[in-house]
Design a protein around this ligand. Structure first.
Ligand code: PAF
Length: 281
């Protein structure tokens, strides 16, 4: 596995690799952008990328512009050695590990998330967060120029905004959405789970339980959004819930669940940890 930290060096390296290795058929590149502290969720993204591409690139970059003042940028878990091992075992060809100074200059241009979709849900509690996400993802995609880029469904709003950016900026990358990986008791994997105490981890299960209840109600032919949300709120009520919503997959408000085109999203604080989860219906 090759490790590269300079963006331009990676761009050159990939250009050569595509040209020299790709005799007649252009080599496909699968890209998994991450902020490190890799877990099974990331491993499933890497696995998908490995399955369908000739070259697999993983980036580890804790992007400062997507953290708001007072958020956990400084204490965000860093596990470089373990991450490197995971990438090696996962068959990653190139690990991109840049520093902030190489990714950002002075007098920066930034991509702005649309007001409607970028400032609701997670964007309400973290205004400007998605501007940072879109800006860094645009930079990363321009450096790697992947055929396919892999994102987890757990960060559904991020995934939606990135797909929108790729569409509206006429970018040729294919965005691949990968299912959320869960612990056996239902807790969605997240790098932030390490912040949870034993008791908090138990409390956090209310999030996945509420989503399961929502999905179960649908199997009992309950499709009224308000009715489902009311029951879900009962389970979630001991937690500090930032939002629980049922939207269509374009993140628009709906009154009745549209099977195959809906998503239930929850964000709740457990202790001081903000947890996101969702289920695609
Ligand atoms: O989902 C993440 O880990 C980050 O938001 C991403 C996409 C790597 C951008 O920094």
């Amino acid at each position: 596995m090759k490790i590269i930290s300079n963006p331009l060096e990676l761009k050159e390296y990939l250009k050569d690799k595509r040209e020299t290795d790709g005799f007649q058929v252009k080599q496909s590149v699968g890209f998994v952008p991450t902020m490190g502290a890799l877990h099974e969720g990331h491993i499933s993204l890497i696995r998908e990328a490995r399955k369908n591409n000739d070259i697999v690139v993983v980036s580890i970059f804790v992007n400062p512009t997507q953290f708001l003042k007072g958020e956990d940028l400084d204490k965000y878990p860093k596990k470089y050695d373990a991450d490197k091992k995971i990438c090696e075992i996962g068959g990653v060809d190139i690990l991109f590990f840049p520093e902030a100074k190489d990714m950002y200059g002075n007098d920066e241009v930034s991509i702005l998330a649309p007001i409607v979709r970028g400032y609701v849900l997670e964007g309400t509690s973290r205004p400007g967060h998605f501007n940072g996400v879109l800006t860094v993802v645009m930079k990363l995609l321009n450096i790697v120029e992947p055929t396919r880029a892999y994102f987890g469904k757990k960060d559904a709003q991020q995934l939606n905004l990135i797909s929108l950016m790729v569409k509206h900026f006429f970018m040729s990358v294919e965005i691949v959405a990968v299912d959320t990986v869960r612990e056996s008791d239902g807790l969605a994997l997240s790098s932030r789970n390490v912040y949870l105490s034993k008791e908090e981890r138990q409390e956090a299960l209310k999030i996945s339980s509420s989503l399961q209840l929502g999905a179960k109600m649908l199997t009992q032919n309950v499709v009224e959004v308000e009715e489902i949300l009311k029951k879900m709120r009962e389970i979630l009520s001991p937690l500090e819930v930032s939002y629980v919503e049922i939207l269509n997959r374009d993140f628009e408000i709906i009154k009745k669940v549209e099977i195959g085109n809906s998503i239930i999203l929850v964000e709740a604080r457990v202790g001081t940890t903000r947890l996101l989860d969702n289920i695609w219906l």
